[in-house]
Write a protein that binds this ligand. Structure first.
Ligand SMILES: Cc1cc2nc3c(=O)[nH]c(=O)nc-3n(C[C@H](O)[C@H](O)[C@H](O)COP(=O)(O)O)c2cc1C
Length: 183
């Protein structure tokens, strides 16, 4: 089981969430007796071979002006080269985003998650949302995936709290467990 977590992060909030998602995925692999570790890569360092080789793709981005960061979109667009050959068909996907909370209602986090879904679905992948029963649903879950608010009431950077990290680990485990069910 080969899990790639590709993300962008300028100020380490999304990086911290990506690390927790990886920890959750690794715990699920260990529970299943699989000797493998999720691979974490900045989106700008991820290659088409990285995408092709993975059984599971988890993409994460900060929200930038209402949508994903350009570095993430660059990887998404590069991945279109794999679409004709159907190289990503049948893989399992997960999505996460961090957001300052501009306006208090997300400032584009839903669009960001759903445009990451759209990419995976276009490739013929299966996408995992964030089921209500997972730990942390009330803190950083949303039906579309993992959504971590990192800003204070004014939308200024505050950090990633422990409750969000619990949700991130639960989501990483959930995506890995879902993929294991298909193997
Ligand atoms: C250029 C830029 C644009 C942003 N636009 C939004 C936005 O539209 N909505 C929002 O809620 N937060 C926005 N933010 C806040 C970031 O999404 C948030 O701070 C995020 O957690 C940063 O992640 P990082 O530390 O991994 O870079 C923006 C931040 C930057 C730097």
């Amino acid at each position: 089981m080969h899990i790639l977590i590709a993300y962008h992060s300028d100020y380490q909030h999304t990086q911290a969430v990506a690390d927790a998602v990886a920890a959750g995925a690794n715990a699920a692999l260990a529970d299943a007796g699989i000797n493998a570790q999720a691979i974490l890569k900045q989106a700008v360092d991820a290659s088409l071979d990285d995408l092709r080789d993975a059984d599971v793709l988890i993409f994460g981005s900060p929200v930038h002006m209402g949508s994903m960061a350009w570095q993430m979109k660059q990887l998404v667009d590069a991945g279109s080269k794999l679409w004709m050959a159907g190289d990503l068909e049948g893989k399992v996907g997960g999505v996460f985003a961090t957001y300052g909370g501009f306006g208090g209602a997300g400032g584009g986090v839903e669009q960001t998650l759903m445009s990451l879904h759209a990419n995976f679905l276009e490739h013929g992948m299966l996408v995992c949302g964030f089921p209500r029963s997972l730990s942390g649903f009330a803190d950083a879950g949303i039906h579309w995936g993992l959504a971590v608010r990192t800003g204070n009431d004014e939308g200024m950077p505050e950090g990633v709290d422990d409750a969000a990290l619990v949700a991130a680990r639960a989501y990483g485990s959930h995506v890995a467990e879902t993929a294991l069910r298909f193997q």
